[in-house]
Write a protein that binds this ligand. Structure first.
Ligand code: BES
Ligand code: ZN
Ligand code: ZN
Length: 516
């Protein structure tokens, strides 16, 4: 969608529709909504008094203007209660409006920047949220549909109107950031929604290689022989049952630049998780094409980092393979050796994510990063614990955990921390190897994280289990935000970008280098 920021009065905007907004229970209209209401001779106020417009979140009222202003339609969208107002309410209002515009089959609309001028909310952030809400809400996965039937015409143009010329720069800046972020999140959704016969490990590698066109980005892809030479026996153990060759993707941004913090981002890239020899039941196999949502988030967040030219050295590591049963496949009880030399008894081949991440985390240590963050659709257990509202956060570093928590609140891709108590390690004791890949049933998400911890030494590390957040529930009782239509959510892109931007704005206090 083309997004323009303009100075002027919204009610003079010549578009098929303009969007204004108000708080729930507001006695009066204010700002741009007030100006539009006056131009409409008090029509919005009349409808408020009648109770047609209440300002509830997700409420819309369509008013036909009968030529009192250039726009034929005014859409009034609710912002919800002022007490709970913030960036998320802006995203939801903007998403609701954009979807209504699409339903009306309109190609273009104008809008105020919801929340502009409210308390000390920066205009830049409000503009970013408006753009994110609209762009994310209009996402559709249509690339494999051969007919244009039922294809709503895309909304192609949005004008954001600000009253003062001196506001344009901030609004433009925020809108541009919002566009980069939303476009990347939508590309991550494409990767996750794309079926496994299209999105193979090789296809994922090509996607990453194409990203090397972004400024500062380089990409290296290791094949199975190169992984074997590095001793990645844990990853190769998962890959050996599949006919699709595995790939280890290394996407690097600002490689070799001095005086920049190094952050390693690791994403689980299982392009299809059948469970392997520990085969999943048929119903549980649905959606397993999306077991690379962590990889998609890492790759696309890095695209945004490059577009925003963040002064960071970022290493994206994606171990990618299918998890398939075959005569060559890893069998329960087999023992593999990871790159750090640890031996692992594979008691369940469906706990494959942690096996491929083990080698990727061990590889990440080579860069001596200031922080390692991995994202993975790792366990069903995390969805049992947190449902679809938050990703599980596990970390050996309180500062890193706090940063991810803060970024989650700002982006509304929220995380919730769970413990890594030493005692959980007992559940992973093996009779034959250094550890086994899964333990007894309780605390399944935690024992998975404890397993990963065995591969990061003592470097600051955080693991995000996104299995409950990567896919939008289609359950009617559990509606998702309007800006996350069904299937892939693109979770992680907005969270990571916020985390990286915050890191740049306030890097952690640096401790004096230890001398030995
Ligand atoms: N990729 C799955 C977890 C998953 C399931 C993510 C459904 C998203 C939707 C993972 O590889 C897996 O199979 N985990 C097992 C682990 C168990 C065998 C210890 C699980 O959670 O059941
Ligand atoms: Zn699995
Ligand atoms: Zn999996």
């Amino acid at each position: 969608m083309e997004i323009k920021v303009r100075t002027g009065q919204l009610h003079t905007e010549d578009r098929p529709l303009i969007v204004v907004s108000l708080f729930e229970g507001a006695a009066e209209c204010s700002g741009a909504t007030d100006m539009v209401d006056k131009a409409l001779h008090g029509q919005i106020r009349r409808l408020m008094r009648e109770g047609d417009i209440t300002g509830q979140a997700r409420e819309t009222a369509l008013i036909y203007t009968a030529e009192s202003i250039p726009a034929l339609r005014v859409l009034v969208v609710g912002l919800g209660k002022e007490e709970s107002f913030g960036l998320e309410a802006i995203r939801i209002a903007s998403a609701t409006a954009a979807q209504r515009v699409r339903e009306l089959k309109l190609r273009s609309f104008g809008s105020m920047i919801h929340g502009a001028g409210w308390n000390d909310l920066p205009l830049e952030d409000a503009a970013q949220a408006v753009v994110e809400g609209a762009e994310l809400a209009l996402y559709q996965f249509r690339e494999l549909k051969s007919s244009a039937e039922d294809d709503p015409k895309p909304v192609v143009s949005l004008a954001l109107v600000v009253p003062d010329a001196h506001q344009v720069a901030a609004a433009q800046e925020g809108a541009a950031i919002g566009q980069h972020i939303a476009a990347a999140a939508n590309l991550a959704r494409d990767l996750v929604n794309r079926p496994s016969n299209h999105a193979t490990p090789a296809a994922l590698a090509r996607h990453a290689q194409a990203m090397a066109g972004e400024p500062g980005m380089t990409c290296t892809v290791l094949d199975e022989a190169e992984m074997a030479a590095l001793g990645m026996g844990s990853l190769l153990g998962v890959a050996q049952g599949s006919d699709e060759p595995a790939k280890f993707i290394i996407l690097e941004y600002n490689a070799g630049r001095e005086h920049m913090d190094t952050l390693a981002l690791v994403g689980k890239g299982i392009t299809f998780d059948s469970g392997g020899i520990s085969l999943k039941a048929a119903q549980k196999m649905q959606g397993c094409k999306g077991d690379m949502a962590g990889a998609a988030a890492v790759l696309e967040a890095m695209r945004v980092a490059a577009r925003l030219q963040l002064p960071l050295h970022i290493v994206g590591l994606i171990p990618s393979t299918e998890n398939m049963p075959s005569g060559k496949a890893c069998k329960p009880g087999d023992v593999v050796r990871a790159m750090n030399g640890k031996t692992i008894e594979v008691v369940n081949t469906d706990a494959e994510g942690r096996l491929i991440l083990a080698d990727a985390l061990a590889y990440a240590l080579r860069y001596r990063p200031q922080a390692i963050i991995d994202l993975a659709t790792l366990t069903n257990a995390i969805a049992v614990a947190l449902g679809h509202q938050a990703a599980g956060l596990f970390s050996n570093d309180d500062d890193l955990a706090a940063r991810l928590d803060a970024a989650g609140r700002t982006s509304h891709e929220r995380v919730w921390r769970l413990p890594l108590f030493e005692e959980y390690r007992r559940q992973l004791k093996s009779d034959v190897a250094d550890l086994k890949n899964c333990g007894s049933e309780p605390a399944g998400a935690i024992t998975a994280a404890v397993f990963l911890q065995q591969f990061v030494d003592d470097l600051p590390w955080a693991h995000l289990d996104i299995a409950g957040r990567a896919f939008a529930s289609t359950d009617e009782d559990e509606p998702f935000t309007p800006y996350s239509p069904s299937m892939a959510t693109g979770f992680g892109v907005r969270l990571l970008v916020q985390f990286l931007r915050d890191w740049v704005n306030s890097p952690p206090h640096r401790h004096a280098t230890k001398r030995w």
